[in-house]
Design a protein around this ligand. Sequence first.
Ligand code: ATP
Length: 651
Amino acid sequence: MAQTKFDKQVENDAESLVFGIGRVLAGRDLDGVKRTDATFWRSGTRVLPKVEGKVRRRSYKPGWRRLSFRLALGAGVAETGYLSTRDLDATVQTVQELWENRETALAALESGGIGAASVLTVGSAAYMVLTRERRELMREWVGPLHDALHRPLGLAEQTEPRRYLHIPKNFSDDDAEIRIDLPRQLGFSREVVADLITQKLALQGVTFSWHPEGRKPYVLVKKTRKPPAKALFKDPKTRELVAKAKESAPIIGFGAGGGIVSVDLDAESPHILVNASTGGGKSVTLRCIASQMLHHGSHVFVLDTKRISHPWARGVPNVTYCADIADIHDQLIALGMEGRRRTRVADELGIGADPKAIGPRLLILLEEVNATMKQLARYWEKTRESGDPKVSPAIDALNEILYMGRQVRLHVLLVAQSATARALGGPEVREQFSTRILARYSVNAWRMLAPEVHPAPKSTKHHGRAQVVSGGSARETQILFFTEAEAREWASTGAAATGLQSAGLPVKPGPAVLHQPAVPPADSLADAWSDPALPPATLDPAPAADVDVLADAWNTKPEAPAADPGNPAATPPVNPAPAPADDDQAVGLREAHQYHLPDITVAALRYARANDRTFPKPVEKRGAELLYRAGDLKRWARNRPRAATGTTDLD
Ligand SMILES: Nc1ncnc2c1ncn2[C@@H]1O[C@H](COP(=O)(O)OP(=O)(O)OP(=O)(O)O)[C@@H](O)[C@H]1O
C-alpha cells in the first residue's frame, strides 16, 4: 500500500527527532553541521575545510562539556515547570492574588527592583574594578598576540586565546614566566614565532626555551637580560661611577646587564619629563639627578607647590626652594629673564666659546606641573592689573625656557602624573622633552608621551623600575636610589662645597622682585649672573610665537596680545604685586615678630635660626644683635614645609 503524505511526514519527523536527540547527546551542533575537529572527548583546534561563515566558540568545545551544559539547562527548566504544576491550585491562587493587588505588587516590585538594580550596579562596578587588570591584559596583550600568532602556529582564528597563551598579569616583571602551548605537528618556524612574541609583548632581554617533546609541546619565555633588582648609591662601585659621571650627563640608573643609563643634557636633551603614578618613584628620580648636578656645581630651583616633596634639598648650598606660589611665580619670571640674558651672551660669545662663560648650569625641578600651572594662573588672575597680559608671565617664562637651546645651560626637570601627561597635549611641548622617564604608567599615558615606541612595554610595579625613552627607543632602567641623607651629602660636597662654580654668585639668589622698571632688581638672577659688559636684561616677555602653548595645554588663559620684539616699549607690562617698601628694612627677631611675622613667636624664630638651614643669613649687626632683611624673613616663612604663615592666599 502506497505511503500517504501524512505517513511520510511522521516518518521524517521521527527521523529528525532521533537525529536531534543523537546530536544533543553527542554534544554536536544541533543543525548537524560539523564545523570543527572537536570530538566528544577532545576540544577542537581548527575549522574544518569547506565550512563557511562564523564559527562560534562553542563549536570548539568537546562534546561532553556541551552535553553537560544542555543537561543542566534542561533540568533547570523542568524543575521550575514541575514546581509550578505540582500544586496547581496554589499557583492559580497566587497569580489571582497578585492580579487583585497589582498596585501593591507593582510597588513592591518597584522598590525591590531599585534595590536589586543598586546591588547589581555596585556589584558590576566592583567586578569591573577587580577585573580591570585582567581585561586590560586580554585587550592590550593576549588578544593582539593571538591575532598575530594563530596563523603561523596553524591554529584556527576562533581558538580561545587563553587556552594556549598563558601570560601572567605581571608578565614584564623580572621573574615572570610566559608559557605558550604549541600544536603537536610543530610545523611552524621558531624564529617567526619568537619574533612575533617579542614584538607583540614588547619584551626586552628574553630567552625562549622550546619543549617540543611529548603530547603537549610548549615554549617558555623568561627575562634573562634584566636591569639589576636594586641600584643603590651606597654601593661603593656605584658611587665611583657616579663620581666619574659628567655634570651634563648624570647617571639615571642601570639597564639590562648593568649598563649605565644616562642622558646628556648638552648633547641629547636639555629637558627631562618624569611621568609616574603616585608612588612610582618621581621624587627618587628627581633626587638622583638633582643631587648629582648640585655636586658638580649646578644651581637647582625646586618649585614645589606640594611643599614637602624634597626635604633633602632644603638648605643645601645652591638650592633655592620655592613652595609658595608667589615665589614660584617670581622665580620663573627671573629664570626666564636669565635665559634671555644667557641667549644674548651665547650669541655674543659665538661658536666655540667656553659654555661655562655663560654661567653655572641651572636646573629647575618643577613638581606636579598640573597643579602648579593652575595655581600660577589663579595667582596671576588675582594679582594682575588692567593692561597686564592675560596669560601668566610665569607660565610664559616657563614656556620660553623650554624652547631655549641647550647652549643656555638651563634645564627643566618636569614631573607629571598621567592626567597631566594628557594635558600636555600639543606635540610641540612634548617634543621639548626628548628624554622621558616613565614608571608605573598606563597604556594611555605611554601612547601620549612616547608614541614613537610601539607597542608600549608593559609597566611593572617593581620599585624604581622605569623606562627611559629617548631617541625613539625605550631602555628599561633601575633608577639609582639615593637616600635623602645621601642625596644631601652628595649635593653639598664636590664643586658645590669648593665654590668652584659659585664664585661671584649669590649662594641663594633672592626672589625676583618684578615691578614696572625695565631694569631687573639688584637681587634678581639676571643681575647676579650678568656680565657687566653686557646691557642689562630687560623685562621683555616671551616671544609671541610661543606664547600660548603651555597656557593652552593647561587651559589657563586666552592668548596674550603679542609683544613686538623689536620694540621693547610696546612690551606689555609685567606687574606682579609690588614688594612693600619695608621689606628692605633690617630687623632683629623681636621686631620681625612684632611687625612682620606676628604668627611666629620670637622663641620659634630663635629656634629656626639655630636649627633651620634655610633660615636667612643676617645682613647687619646692631650691637650684639643680628639683623635680617624683613623680606628675606617673610619669604622664609612663606616657603617653610608646612607653615601657613604668610602663605599666598589664592581663594
Ligand atoms: N629607584 C628606587 N629604588 C628603590 N626603591 C625605590 C626607587 N624609587 C622609588 N622607590 C621606592 O618607592 C617609594 C616611592 O617613591 P617616591 O616617593 O619617589 O614616589 P613618588 O612618585 O614621588 O610618590 P608620590 O606621588 O606619592 O610623591 C620610595 O619610598 C621607595 O621606597
